[in-house]
Design a binder for this molecule. Structure first.
Ligand code: NOJ
Ligand code: CA
Length: 557
């Protein structure tokens, strides 16, 4: 019996911020109308799902993660009808839509919070949030936004009590001990599933419950509630992805992936190790991370981002060891001076010093490792950022579409833009944009498209087993992905120096080997199979004959 394959297995997820992607009505703010007009581009690129950062009404103190109404649309983006049109159009393009589900907190302007602070102490209305007379409660829970907050508690004059906020003070934590809260949030899940969405990215899942004497992360009660979310989702009878944002070590993130809980979780440990590998030019710790990752969760459950709309979160030593953080700090010079909270507040391209080779090798790994590769909007172009903007806004600037005004993002006058379009040297939208890169055969954009095309033609990369092979070179990681009818060999050099090495392919001695991406024959496999990888070079090879033909991989526009 073959097990059912879910749509998200190996799916390439494209994360975008609707407000920053495309402005359809010319008011300077991205919206659903604009996004809908760009679905052709996304289909052309070859991604399979879009994850939209929060689309709900919000005062936007935290990029929309501070919600005032879970069952509505921020008016700047459109309305429920416009959302439905977008969803339908995405589906017509064969693209799935994943929404951000923010369970842990609301905006302090949410009517529930306003009601709670005026309600009598101990009343059911007050009990919707977490209150205390003592701001020392849960003292072991770290302050996450340490650049903005010095405590997880905020005094409220009206309530005469402190309320808990694991994020900004504008984001009070909901009280999950209260069954009413649980039922309301399950109702939110139903609401969006009834609209037809394909999945949720579950924001900040570790923090739902609190317990004295702990970091208040991933407590058993939190897992119990997430299981209820899963049951609710399953009742809808469709394949709906539940993807956890838990910035935790893999052993702590893995429990979310229990059979009766969530389907996927971001692997932020892998993210840190990928950056550490390019920063140091060494792959030993990356290799160890990949081995561990595979053991703790079934192949394919991890979502693999390089960057997202937040800072590159490295943590306080709990997520990855200090030496990993140190090698990133030492090796990625463009991160210096851009530390925010527990990470580095820059986009991918500047962090990699604008080097497209490093962009390619890192994505070549994402596109060939087991799991769901995540591509952050603009990283397919090597788009830059705007350091100096407040909070994490440097990473959230408008998408660069054309050389026209505002990068073709909006026809509005510049001062009205949601955030300024990037004109920083080397990243100016007049040069670096979709329109230009589409026309240059060697552009990063065309490279991403080609890689995604090849990936589609190689089912072993999507569903296959994974095995790391011995590498005799400290900068080169080597592995295979395989299904019964196909073996793909991958080797990647994470250093700026060239690397030559011999691989022991005794297992496949005498078999044909072919480089896939550019269609080049290699010598037959043997025990001393020579490979040269230039600076940040990588290759995907097919070993042996395959039934499916990949000769026609479209590489041209
Ligand atoms: C994680 C989100 O990615 C981040 O942008 C947000 O600030 C926090 N969760 C709080 O919702
Ligand atoms: Ca608009």
């Amino acid at each position: 019996m073959t097990l059912k394959e879910f749509w998200w297995k190996g799916a390439v997820i494209y994360q975008l911020i609707p407000r920053s992607y495309a402005d359809g009505n010319g008011d300077g703010i991205g919206d659903f109308q604009g996004l809908a007009s760009r679905l052709n581009y996304l289909r052309w690129l070859g991604i399979e799902a879009i994850w939209l950062t929060p689309i709900y009404p919000s005062p936007l103190q935290d990029g929309g993660y501070d919600i005032t109404d879970f069952k509505n649309i921020h008016p700047e983006l459109g309305d429920l009808a416009a959302f439905y049109r977008l969803l339908t159009a995405a589906h017509n393009h064969g693209i799935k839509v994943i929404l951000d589900l923010v369970l842990n907190h609301t905006s302090s302007l949410h009517p529930w919070f306003q009601r709670a602070r005026w309600a009598p102490k101990g009343s059911t209305e007050r009990d919707v949030y977490v209150w205390s007379d003592d701001p020392q409660r849960y003292a072991e829970a770290p302050v996450l936004f340490r650049n903005f907050e010095s405590s997880n508690w905020e005094w409220d004059d009206v309530a005469g009590q402190y309320y808990l906020h694991r994020f900004l003070r504008h984001q009070p934590d909901l009280n999950y001990e209260n069954p009413w809260v649980q039922e309301q949030m399950l109702g939110v899940v139903d609401f969006w599933l009834d609209k037809g969405v394909d999945g949720f990215r579950l924001d900040a899942v570790p923090f739902l419950f609190e317990a004295e004497g702990s970091r208040c992360e991933g407590l058993p009660e939190t897992h119990d509630f997430l299981k209820k979310v899963r049951q609710r989702v399953d009742k809808h009878g469709r394949d709906i992805l539940l993807l956890a944002e838990a910035i935790q070590p893999v052993e702590e993130a893995a429990p979310y992936l229990a059979d009766d809980e969530l389907h996927g979780a971001f692997n932020f440990v892998l993210t840190a190790h990928l950056f550490a590998a390019v920063a140091s030019g060494k792959v030993n710790q990356l290799r160890e991370c990949l081995e561990k990752t595979q053991h703790v969760a079934s192949v394919g459950s991890w979502a693999m981002p390089l960057r997202n709309h937040d800072e590159l979160w490295l943590g306080d030593g709990h997520l990855v060891p200090d030496d990993v953080i140190q090698s990133i700090r030492a090796g990625l010079h463009q991160g210096h001076g851009h530390w925010l909270n527990w990470g580095i507040n820059r986009r991918l391209a500047p962090l990699l010093n604008g080097d497209p080779r490093a962009n390619r090798v890192l994505h070549a790994l994402l596109y060939s490792l087991p799991g769901m590769p995540c591509l952050y909007y603009g990283d397919e172009l090597g788009m830059g950022d705007w350091p100096g903007l407040r909070d994490r806004d440097p990473n959230r600037t408008p998408m660069a579409w054309t050389s026209a005004r505002n990068g073709g993002f909006s026809t509005a006058p510049d001062p009205l833009l949601v955030l300024p379009a990037v004109t920083a040297p080397g990243y100016d939208y007049r040069v670096l944009n979709v329109e230009v890169q589409k026309q240059l055969p060697g552009s990063l954009l065309n490279w991403h498209r080609r890689m995604l095309t090849c990936r589609r033609l190689l089912p072993a990369l999507r569903q296959g087993e994974f095995e790391i092979l011995e590498s005799t070179h400290p900068s080169v990681i080597v592995y295979i992905r395989y299904i019964e009818s196909m073996i793909v060999l991958v080797a990647a050099n994470l250093s700026a120096a060239g690397a030559s090495l011999s691989l022991d392919l005794t297992r496949w001695k005498g078999e044909r080997t072919r480089e896939v991406l550019w269609g080049c024959e290699y010598p037959l496999a043997d025990d001393n199979w020579f490979v040269y990888l230039p600076s940040y070079g990588f290759s995907w090879w097919l070993i042996g004959e395959v039934e499916e033909t990949i000769q026609n991989a479209p590489g041209k526009n």
